[in-house]
Design a protein around this ligand. Structure first.
Ligand code: FES
Length: 96
């Protein structure tokens, strides 16, 4: 589906985009890469969720600094930094 997207096709909302990505993974025999809809706030201070981190990785983020610039994650108390770095690594391994 995503590979056939046409210039005039409507932009998908977050839920529709996630459903399309999950559908593509399932059809490709990679159901382990699909994601359920519940999210968890990883950074309590800035209210950034695991799903937002995963989406950022899917859209090209590869480092903690890139993610922080994009989302302001870990810019207050900083106690989430270790978990954020692990998640970035895990999502890169999951998708690439
Ligand atoms: S929990 Fe992320 S900056 Fe405080």
């Amino acid at each position: 589906m995503l590979g056939n997207r046409h210039e005039s096709a409507p932009i998908l909302g977050d839920k529709a985009l996630r459903a399309a990505i999950n559908n593509d993974y399932e059809r490709a025999g990679q159901a382990e890469k699909t994601r359920v809809s519940e999210s968890t706030a990883i950074c309590q201070c800035m209210q950034v969720t695991d799903h937002e981190i995963e989406e950022a990785v899917l859209e090209g983020v590869r480092t903690f600094d890139e993610l922080q610039e994009r989302t302001k994650i870990s810019s207050m108390c900083g106690k989430c930094e270790g978990q954020v770095r692990i998640l970035i690594h895990d999502y890169i391994r999951k998708h690439f």
